[in-house]
Design a binder for this molecule. Structure first.
Ligand code: FE2
Length: 186
């Protein structure tokens, strides 16, 4: 079972934010083992002045080729959502990113699955799905962690394949910042 302690505490990363990695399609394939058609991804992104969303279908190459059909999005600089199906099972995860201190990001997960019929079997299935999705979220963070903790971002070294990342960074630069530690966030 997921303990309230797990959910309250979240997962800590020693860096300021990590949302930009979601725009890196290649790492979804290589690091998270999701094979999908990434051609024309940039054109498929729906942008606003504070968000970006896109959809993709694929299969989990290290999990029995389970089929996924996902819609993902970033809102502002502190919220990521994913909803859709994995192996036909619908779910939604909202991840909020707190910045409790300079150089520290805290990930909090909210997980949703369809309401059951209240029977013991249904409740057991919901508990199982919550646990499996929570572990999936933790696994993805664990896969990203060594990269996030060692990458060095240098403005001006983008390539053509970084088109979406560049646009997202423009969005971030223009987004109002009000965090009390903003003077110390790099
Ligand atoms: Fe990632």
């Amino acid at each position: 079972m997921i303990s309230t302690g797990d959910l309250k505490k979240g997962i800590s990363l020693e860096l300021d934010g990590q949302l930009f990695t979601i725009v890196d399609w290649q790492h979804i394939k290589i690091v998270h083992h999701v094979d999908f058609d990434s051609t024309n991804m940039f054109k498929r992104v729906k942008w606003t002045d504070h968000s970006m969303e896109y959809s993709f279908r694929g299969r989990m190459t290290e999990a029995n080729d389970e089929e996924v059909d996902y819609n993902v999005g970033i809102f502002g600089t502190s919220m990521f959502h994913i909803h859709g199906t994995r192996n036909g099972q619908w779910f939604a995860i909202l991840t909020a990113f707190g910045l409790p201190a300079p150089g520290v990001t805290q990930n909090y997960f909210s997980i949703g699955v369809p309401k059951g019929d209240g029977s013991p079997d249904s409740n057991a299935m919901i508990a199982f799905l919550h646990q499996a999705l929570f572990q999936m979220g933790k696994k993805m963070v664990a896969e990203d962690r060594p990269i996030l903790h060692t990458l060095k971002y240098t403005p001006g070294t983008m390539t053509k394949s970084d088109q979406a990342l560049a646009r997202y960074l423009d969005l971030v630069r223009g987004f109002p910042r009000s965090h009390h530690s903003s003077d110390f966030i790099h």
